[in-house]
Design a protein around this ligand. Structure first.
Ligand code: BES
Ligand code: MN
Ligand code: MN
Length: 443
């Protein structure tokens, strides 16, 4: 395949600002779905459908029928996260730019570049003997409601011999991976109100409650300095990884100091000290504050006591925890911690249960063989700190869900200057071409 041509096509996809969490980009999300639809038709798919939403449809398609061949469902997402802070991008997020063999753009690795990889691996000749099915959604970054609803109405869409999800990375350069768990997520807004309107901080300061101060206190009570989340019952369901699994993690190419210096690029790590960093990232739940709104944040100075403040927060969940339970626990904790002189409320925006995948099915071995063949190393088993809300639903009919990816740990997902190394993409196309062929011949 002509790599310049492939790059032009990928750039076209990346130029569409399909930010699913911002309504101003509704048309762009639709445009990205149409782009995927055109691509699927070019692969010879029949019955390309746009399902569940006008603006963020799930793109469904079936590849050409190959009687007797195994069925492989390909899942991915065409939506992306907001690109801000815009000022920190070296080149604009929706003007894909190649520098030093890396393609910089929002969505380059998460997940447009990887969807592109899976699709182009099919076009590579000869056509593998596989019955392809596609579910490419446009709301992954906002909780996947459209796809959840679709699968509730039509659960047979996930019936397949195997499902592949390429929305992750290698664990380190040269180390491809298969993931055995994903964390779940509970996203919420916590709002504190202290008075009817904002108040003059001279006339009222010293006696009237301040919404920002109250919110800050509430938040620091919800998570202590020791890293523990103080939501009653939060850790009850958490299952520790087995001794064998913990021992296997010690053999992975992961170094706490490199993680701090090269990836976090901060001055120190935090969290519950008695657990290893990998355990904190992969096997423990979290509480994070994403942003705090309210009060005066404009230029200059204004002396005011804010009446209302809102924090956007989320909790990552690990195997055995349940979104529904955690939502109840958080709401109860906020109620319990709020002093009588404030009104505190919790609004849940979206969420997902954690996923745990059994990896005994032979299809996992075939993917490892394909990586081995192309990159010289088979896959290692790892866990993922991130979430893909729909994975438990994809797994619900019993098909093995193969969680993998062609990105690298330093791709800067959701952050400024997201990128994809082109070597990863070219290797990835070869890997999946091999995988499809191995799978096709496994019958
Ligand atoms: N591709 C990521 C998930 C991911 C990232 C898995 C890194 C493993 C390692 C996905 O697009 C994502 O960002 N999901 C969101 C889901 C949420 C908004 C419901 C996430 O994890 O924040
Ligand atoms: Mn993704
Ligand atoms: Mn993402």
């Amino acid at each position: 395949m002509d790599r310049d041509q492939l790059l032009r096509e990928l750039n076209e996809f990346l130029r569409i600002p399909s930010v699913s969490t911002l309504p101003v980009h509704n048309n762009d999300c639709r445009a990205a779905a149409e782009w995927v639809g055109v691509e699927l038709r070019r692969l010879g798919c029949t019955g390309v459908e746009f399902l569940g939403s006008e603006t963020h449809p799930v793109v469904w398609a079936k590849g050409p029928e190959v009687p007797g061949a195994p069925t492989l469902l390909i899942y991915g997402h065409y939506d992306v996260q907001p690109p801000d802070p815009l000022g920190q991008w070296t080149t604009p997020p929706f003007e894909p730019t190649l520098r030093d063999g890396r393609l910089y753009a929002r969505g380059a690795a998460d997940d447009k570049g990887q969807v592109f990889c899976l699709l182009k691996a099919i076009a590579a000749t000869p056509r593998p003997p596989v019955n392809f099915r596609f579910l490419i959604e446009g709301e992954e970054e906002y909780g996947s409601q459209v796809l959840f609803d679709l699968l509730k109405r039509e659960p047979q869409r996930v019936s397949a011999d195997a499902i592949v999800v390429a929305d992750m990375s290698y664990v380190a350069p040269g180390w491809p991976a298969i993931y055995t768990t994903l964390r779940g997520l509970c996203y919420a807004e916590i709002t504190v109100r202290t008075s009817k309107t904002d108040l003059h901080s001279g006339e009222y300061g010293g006696a009237a409650p301040n919404a920002h101060e109250e919110l800050a206190r509430l938040l620091t009570r919800l998570k202590g300095e020791d890293g523990r989340v103080n939501v009653p019952g939060f850790y009850t369901a958490v299952k520790r990884p087995s001794k064998t699994e913990l021992a296997a993690w010690k053999k992975l190419p992961f170094n706490e100091r490199d993680f701090l210096n090269k990836r976090v690029q901060g001055k120190g790590l935090v969290g519950i000290k008695q657990y290893s960093v990998l355990e904190r990232l992969w096997a423990l739940p979290t509480f994070e504050i994403h942003g705090i709104l309210g009060g005066f944040t404009g230029e200059g100075a204004k002396t005011v006591i804010p009446a209302e403040a809102t924090a956007k927060v989320s909790m990552r969940l690990v195997p055995n925890q349940k979104l529904k339970t955690v939502q109840r626990q958080l709401a109860a904790a906020v109620k319990r911690l709020a002093p009588k002189h404030i009104t505190a409320s919790v609004r849940f925006l979206h969420g997902a249960d954690p996923a745990q995948i059994k990896v005994e099915h032979p299809a996992f071995r075939l993917l490892s063989q394909a990586f081995q063949h192309v990159t010289g190393r088979g896959t290692v088993f790892a866990r993922a700190g991130g979430s893909i809300p729909v994975v438990p639903a994809l797994a619900s009919a019993g098909a093995p869900v193969i969680l993998t990816g062609i990105g690298l740990p330093d791709d800067r997902l959701h952050a400024p200057n997201e990128k994809l190394d082109l070597k990863q993409l070219w290797d990835g196309i070869e890997v999946f071409r091999n995988f499809y062929e191995l799978l096709g011949r496994s019958r």
